[in-house]
Design a protein around this ligand. Structure first.
Ligand code: A3P
Length: 324
């Protein structure tokens, strides 16, 4: 495409879009919604349009930071930690952006927020660098939008069983219903088949895992469980990767602990803004904060469910070098 040409926003009735979507495999997810398989992952119609808008219209800058994850793998936490790292020493504690807004409003998703309606969104809020964005798409789909720029990508992943249970609670909260077992069971089936937003989970994780091995300067691969067990180590890894390592003085002054405390689930959950606020997409902020426990899925999945999903995980991750 000519550099000056403005990318076209594909509308649902656009011939080009209709032709693309009709060429894609489709399936039905756990709530009976039609999903389309695009670049090996599943998306609803609107999401797919947004991803195409993003791939066509995004103009990357080498200083951009992108937070990537499968939904419910720890995105909110990673967004908060990244903002806190980059913003440290800029604000008095009361005026800190994380005390005034939810991490999802501070770090928008490409496909859920910015490119949901247009391939040329308003970027005036991103006048200072580095710009920080987020996405739930796998690495190969993201890379198409990054067009060989050297943005930094930070990926967080989490045990699939906890992701599933977290997703179940989140979905139920969005639908404003109690978390019913029947929904968990149908979500489980969809997950195992890989037919859920951004799924299959395993291929999603593997795309970033391989990317982190091939391009370690550009892709950092973090695990939710490691962030829980050794938060200091992981936060320092993140800071170094983002080229803003802690100085000796900062370490001595407790800056690492301050950030961890600011971004802790307990602290964020109890902030007024996260008790009452709503994201620009209409999601109650409080829905992003639940228990944050490792292994919570044990309380909900039957031994048979665990066995089945463990077998899929062993099969898919076997030989990848990925440590569970
Ligand atoms: P649970 O449902 O297991 O509690 P995402 O941010 O990707 O949507 O993932 C949501 C999960 O991360 C939820 O897990 C939520 O409680 C947990 N979470 C949110 N903020 C967190 C934080 N600051 N620290 C640890 N976990 C957090």
């Amino acid at each position: 495409m000519d550099e000056k040409e403005i990318p076209k926003n594909l509308e649902r009735d656009d011939e080009e879009y209709v032709s693309l979507i009709s060429s894609l495999p489709s399936d039905i997810d756990f709530v009976g919604r039609e999903l389309f398989k695009y670049q090996e992952s599943w998306y609803g119609n609107k999401m797919l349009q947004a991803i195409i808008n993003f791939q066509r219209g995004f103009e990357p800058q080498d200083t951009d930071i992108i937070i990537a994850s499968f939904p419910k793998a720890g995105t909110t936490w990673l967004k908060a930690l990244t903002v806190a790292l980059l913003e440290r020493s800029k604000h008095s504690s009361d005026a800190h952006p994380l005390r005034l807004d939810n991490p999802h409003n501070l770090v928008p998703f490409f496909e859920l927020d910015l490119y949901a309606k247009s391939s040329k969104p308003d970027m005036t809020n991103f006048s200072s660098t580095p710009r920080v964005f987020a996405t739930h798409v796998p690495l190969h789909t993201l890379q198409e939008a990054l067009k060989n720029s050297s943005c930094k990508i930070v990926y967080v992943w989490r045990n699939v069983k906890d992701v599933l249970v977290s997703y179940w609670y989140f979905k139920s909260a969005l639908m404003k219903v109690e978390a019913e077992r029947s929904l968990l069971e149908s979500m489980f089936e969809s997950f195992c088949r890989g037919v859920s937003y951004g799924g299959p989970f395993w291929e999603h994780v593997l795309s970033y895992w391989r990317g982190s091995l091939e391009e370690s300067q550009n892709v950092l691969f973090l695990k939710y469980e490691d962030l829980k067990t050794e938060p200091r180590v992981q936060l320092k890894r993140l800071a170094e990767f983002l080229d803003c390592p802690f100085t000796v003085e900062e370490e001595e002054n407790g800056s690492v602990e301050e950030i961890l405390e600011l971004c802790s689930l307990r602290n964020l959950k109890n902030l007024e803004i996260n008790k009452i606020g709503i994201t620009s997409r209409g999601v109650d902020h409080k829905n992003f904060f639940r228990k944050g426990e490792v292994g919570d899925s044990k309380n909900y999945l039957t031994p048979e469910m665990e066995k089945r999903i463990d077998m899929i995980t062993e099969d898919k991750f076997g030989g990848s070098g990925l440590k569970l």
